[in-house]
Design a binder for this molecule. Structure first.
Ligand code: ADP
Ligand code: ASP
Ligand code: MG
Length: 414
């Protein structure tokens, strides 16, 4: 019998205390006892990453990315070492490994670095010695030797990258929900469990706010065809498999509804409307690795236009400084910035072939008296920017409008 390698990733809530860590250690040990090889990836305990970021914020409102990464990476280091200690106490050989010990090499875009290479020689050797490697997720090392991190939620990506590089049989993501739902079950109690979902749809959901999986992890899983499953670390048999589109038998028009909170907008008012202006405004942001999402340029009046775009709130301060400079250069009347907005999206591969989906979404929002500030669509999704205070209500309204509610009998299983 060939021994298969399983990568198990445990998120913050699954390792929130030493009792939790003990339970995780038992799960890891039992996977091994059943005859598998197992490598583990962990997040920081509970809300430790937030707590570390708050400490930095007490000192500075603009810490450098390098030092912020050095700080938050400690969360995963603590947890990896504690889990290895627990496994040892249960009589298993285990060894914690930091990103720089693997090493997991990344680019140097601190706080949202991308993986360049996962070197596997060391971990393969550890596995061959029958030792359980416990990898600190989320962190890597740049080519110049600085500690980097992969963006919030990035431990999922560490796990999938490891599974891909080691050609593991499967990558199991253990979290505080028993799989992927048609909306965040914590804000939409009528959300339904999804048994199986395509990489493509999961990628859209994750990229639009379904933080149950880090979107880069889904991208990597699809690219390297890693079998990926989301399970609860608190027990139960339900789970969600993320697979190729052809393997998903049931297809609904809309697979899920998401809420993205990390959204801010910047508007430039009365911009002289001439060729090259959009490039002038957006290229400093691209140079600073700030991801611009929705863009709206109003119709020109008397040679002037208004230009609005959204960016992650985490980049707002940096973007404001850059755009303030551009505003002066291009002679815009003023710059406005707001972070009291959210993005609600309906996602599904049926959108491209079903006219009327957008109007159904807009109608459900207007029925709740919610004003839509910005709209964007693609073949897989429709997104609306609305006022933050209506975010959760909007998710529930759109979820219901597409017949996704649990008690809605006219829709088949997702
Ligand atoms: P972990 O710390 O284990 O990585 P996360 O908090 O990152 O856990 O992700 C799990 C959370 O994702 C759930 O508690 C849930 O609130 C949220 N979530 C958002 N959208 C969805 C969805 N569509 N299905 C399931 N969970 C979702
Ligand atoms: N601890 C990191 C975070 O809170 C990474 C992760 O949990 O995946 O974002
Ligand atoms: Mg997570």
């Amino acid at each position: 019998m060939t021994v298969s390698l399983i990568i198990q990733k445990y998120g913050g809530s699954s390792v929130a205390s030493t009792d939790h860590i003990r339970r995780v250690a038992m799960k890891v040990a039992s996977t091994k006892i059943q005859g598998n090889k197992v490598a583990v990836v962990v997040s920081a305990m509970g809300r430790q990453t937030d707590q570390l970021l708050n400490l930095a914020a007490e000192i500075s409102n603009n810490p450098s990315g390098r030092e912020q990464d050095a700080l938050v990476a400690t969360g995963e280091q603590v947890c990896a070492a504690l889990l290895a200690i627990t496994l040892e106490s249960l009589g298993h050989k285990a060894m914690s490994l930091m990103g720089l010990q693997l090493p997991l090499i990344t680019d140097n875009v601190h706080t949202k670095a991308r993986i360049i290479e996962m070197q596997t020689e060391r971990i393969e050797h550890i596995l061959s010695e029958d030792i359980i490697p416990v990898v600190a997720g989320f962190q890597g090392v740049t080519e110049s030797g600085c500690i980097s991190t992969l963006g919030r939620g990035g431990s999922d990506t560490t796990a999938v990258a490891l599974a891909a590089s080691l050609n593991a049989g499967c990558c199991e993501i253990y979290t505080d929900v028993n799989g992927v739902y048609t909306a965040d079950p914590n804000i939409c109690p009528k959300a339904r469990h999804i048994k199986i979902i395509s990489y493509q749809e999961m990628l859209e959901l994750a990229g639009l706010g379904a933080k149950v999986l880090h979107s880069r992890s889904v991208e990597l899983a699809q690219k390297y065809q890693v079998p990926l499953v989301v399970k609860s670390s608190f027990g139960g048999d339900k789970n969600t498999w993320i697979v190729n589109e052809e393997e998903v038998m049931e297809n609904s028009i809309i697979k899920g509804v998401t809420l993205e909170k990390d959204v801010s907008k910047i508007s430039l008012i009365r911009v002289p409307d001439r060729p090259g202006i959009a490039h002038k405004i957006l290229s400093p942001l691209a140079d600073a690795a700030i991801n611009v999402d929705m863009i709206i340029q109003n119709a020109s009046i008397d040679g002037y236009t208004d230009f609005t775009f959204t960016i992650p709130t985490t980049d707002l301060d940096k973007a404001k400084t850059l755009i303030d400079e551009v505003a002066r250069e291009i002679d815009a009347q003023k710059m406005l910035a707001a972070n009291n907005i959210v993005k609600v999206s309906a996602v599904g591969i049926g959108i491209k072939t079903n006219p009327g989906v957008a109007s159904r979404m807009f109608h459900s929002l207007s029925a709740e008296n919610i004003n839509i500030e910005m709209i964007s669509t693609s073949e897989y999704r429709i997104s609306c920017v609305i006022e933050e205070k209506y975010g959760e209500l909007a998710v529930r309204a759109v979820h219901k409008a597409f017949g996704l509610d649990k008690d809605n009998k006219e829709k088949a299983e997702t």
